[in-house]
Design a protein around this ligand. Structure first.
Ligand code: UD1
Length: 440
C-alpha cells in the first residue's frame, strides 16, 4: 500500500507551477461531449479524477485522445444517447463530478442514466437541487434501486430556477442541461465559484449563450446545438492555496506560478492576518513567512468566501501559530476528520459543533497518519512537512485524486517526501535516508 513518508523541518523555497483546476476540468470534460464535433481542452490536470471521468465518457462511446499530458481531444459523436445508454458504475462511483454527465447527457439527448455519484465522504452530499432543476426544465427524474439516476424528457424548456442552497454542483449541472433547452433559463442564487465561470466560458466558446456566470443570477438562452472548440482550463485555486498554506506552515518562501491572484483573495487575506507576507503579481503569488505567526478566525463560505476545500490545510497551518484560532465549517458537516490525526502529532484542537478551536504551539511531531479524504490528506502533508521528525501518511489515493505530482512538486521546493509501498524503504527513510540529500 502506497504512503507518503515525510521528514519535516525544511522551509520550502523556490517556484511551483499550479496545474489546471480539477473541479473546472470535471465540468468542462463532461460538457465536451455535448457536441458531435471535436473539442480540444488544454491545461487538464493529470489527476485520477479527470482520468476516471475521461474513461467513463470513453466507455459510453465518446473518443478521447491525449495530445499531450495536459491536452485532450474529445469527440462525443459516437455516443448512442438513446434510452438504454447507461454510464458505467465502475467509474462513476469513484468520483463526485460524475453527476455532471446527467446534465450533459440530458441536455444533448434528453436522456441520462448515471449511477449516483461517489467522491470524498465529507458529509451528506444530496443532489436534490440538481434533480429539482432538471424537473423544472421539464425532465422526469427517477432514482432507481441500486442507486441510478434516470432523467428523461420529450423536450427541455427554459425555466426560472431558484436554488435555496448555494450549490456549485447544482449550478453547473442545471447550466449544462439548460444550454440545450428551448428558451431562456434563469438560475437564481447561483454559486459564483471561479470554476462555474470557467465552465460557462467553455460552453459559450462551443456556441452556448450564458450570461451572468460569476454573479448570483445566471441567464441561459438555449441553443439548438453546440460546436467544436479549443479551450484552456483556469489554474486550480485550491492547489495554489494548498501550496500557500504549506509555504506558511514551513516558514518558507515560495513563488506560486500560474495562478489568478483574484481567486486567491480569501486565502491570501487570512495568511496576511496570520502575519505572512503575500505579494501578488499578474499570474503569480509569492508567499513568505518566518518566525512567530498569529492565530486567526476562518469560516468557510461559498465563493468569494473562504473555500471549504481549503479548511483543513489552513487548520494545519494554524496549529503552528501563537494564540487560539477558530475554524468554522459551514458547508459540509463531516470535514473535521483530520483533527484526530493532527492531534496525534501533538496539535491541540477542540471540536465544538462545526467549529475547531486550535491552540497554536511551537512545534508538531511526526506520526503515523491516515488521510480521510482529499483535502484532509493535503492538510496532513502540510503538517508533516512542518513537524519535527518523520511522518507516514496512508490512503494517499485520496490525495492523488486531486493533486498532480504532489510529491514531486514538494520535493522541488526542498520538502523531504517520498512515496513508498515498502516497509523496509519506510524504515530506511526513518533512519535518515533523505531524498533531498540523496539528490543533492
Ligand atoms: C463542489 C466541489 C467540492 C467543493 C464544494 C463546495 C466539485 C466536483 N466539487 O462540491 O470540491 O467542496 O463544491 O465548494 O466541483 N446541497 C444540497 N442539495 C444539493 C446540492 C448541494 O443541499 O442538491 C448542499 C450540500 O449538502 C452542501 C452545499 O449544498 O451543504 C454545497 O454543496 P455543493 O456546492 O453542491 O458541493 P458539491 O458540488 O458537492
Amino acid at each position: 500500500m502506497e504512503r507518503y513518508a515525510i521528514r519535516g523541518g525544511n522551509a520550502l523555497e523556490g517556484d511551483v507551477v499550479i496545474s489546471g483546476a480539477k473541479n473546472a476540468a470535471l465540468g468542462i470534460l463532461a460538457a465536451a461531449i455535448m457536441t458531435d464535433e471535436e473539442v480540444v481542452i488544454e491545461n487538464v490536470p493529470f489527476v485520477n479524477d479527470t482520468r476516471t471521468l475521461l474513461k467513463a465518457i470513453e466507455n459510453i462511446g465518446a473518443t478521447v485522445r491525449y495530445i499531450d499530458r495536459h491536452k485532450v481531444a474529445i469527440c462525443g459523436a459516437g455516443i448512442k444517447g438513446d434510452e438504454g445508454l447507461a454510464v458505467d458504475d465502475e467509474y462513476i462511483r469513484k468520483i463526485r463530478a460524475s453527476y455532471y454527465l446527467i446534465g450533459a447527457l440530458l441536455g444533448k439527448y434528453k436522456y441520462a442514466n448515471v449511477a449516483l455519484p461517489g467522491g470524498c465522504d465529507i458529509g451528506a452530499r444530496p443532489i436534490d437541487l440538481h434533480i429539482k432543476g432538471f424537473e423544472t426544465l421539464g425532465a422526469e427524474v427517477d432514482i432507481a434501486s441500486g442507486g441510478r439516476v434516470e432523467a428523461k424528457a420529450t423536450e427541455l424548456k427554459g425555466a426560472h430556477i431558484y436554488l435555496d442552497t448555494v450549490s456549485v454542483g447544482a449550478t453547473i449541472n442545471i447550466m449544462l442541461a439548460a444550454t440545450l433547452a428551448e428558451g431562456k433559463t434563469t438560475i437564481e442564487n447561483a454559486a459564483k465559484e471561479p470554476h462555474i465561470v470557467d465552465v460557462a466560458n467553455f460552453l459559450n466558446t462551443m456556441g452556448a449563450n450564458i450570461k451572468g456566470a460569476g454573479t448570483d443570477v445566471i441567464r441561459v438562452r438555449g441553443v439548438a446545438r453546440l460546436h467544436g472548440a479549443e479551450y484552456s482550463i483556469i489554474p486550480d485555486q485550491i492547489e495554489a492555496g494548498t501550496f500557500m498554506a504549506m509555504a506558511v506552515a514551513t516558514r518558507g518562501n515560495v513563488l506560486i506560478r500560474n495562478v489568478i491572484p483574484k481567486h486567491m483573495e480569501a486565502i491570501s487575506s487570512k495568511l496576511v492576518d496570520m502575519g505572512a507576507r503575500v505579494i501578488e503579481y499578474d499570474d503569480c503569488i509569492r508567499v513568505m513567512a518566518d518566525g512567530a505567526l498569529r492565530a486567526t478566525q476562518v469560516k468557510t463560505l461559498p465563493y468569494p468566501g473562504f473555500p471549504t476545500d481549503m479548511q483543513a490545510q489552513m487548520a494545519a497551518a494554524l496549529c503552528l501559530t501563537d494564540g487560539i484560532s477558530m475554524v468554522t465549517e459551514s458547508i459540509f458537516e463531516n470535514r473535521f476528520r483530520y483533527v484526530s490525526e493532527l492531534t496525534r502529532m501533538g496539535a491541540r484542537i477542540q471540536l465544538k459543533g462545526n467549529t475547531a478551536f486550535i491552540t497554536g504551539m511551537p512545534k508538531l511531531t511526526g506520526a503515523s497518519l491516515v488521510a480521510s479524504d482529499l483535502r484532509a490528506g493535503a492538510a496532513l502533508v502540510i503538517a508533516a512537512l512542518a513537524a519535527e521528525g518523520v511522518s507516514s501518511i496512508e490512503s494517499i489515493n485520496y490525495v492523488k485524486r486531486g493533486y498532480e505530482d504532489f510529491d514531486a512538486k514538494i520535493r522541488a521546493l526542498g520538502g523531504d517526501i517520498i512515496i513508498t509501498d515498502s516497509d523496509s524503504e519506510l524504515e530506511a527513510f526513518k533512519r535518515g535516508m533523505s531524498v533531498v540529500k540523496q539528490k543533492a
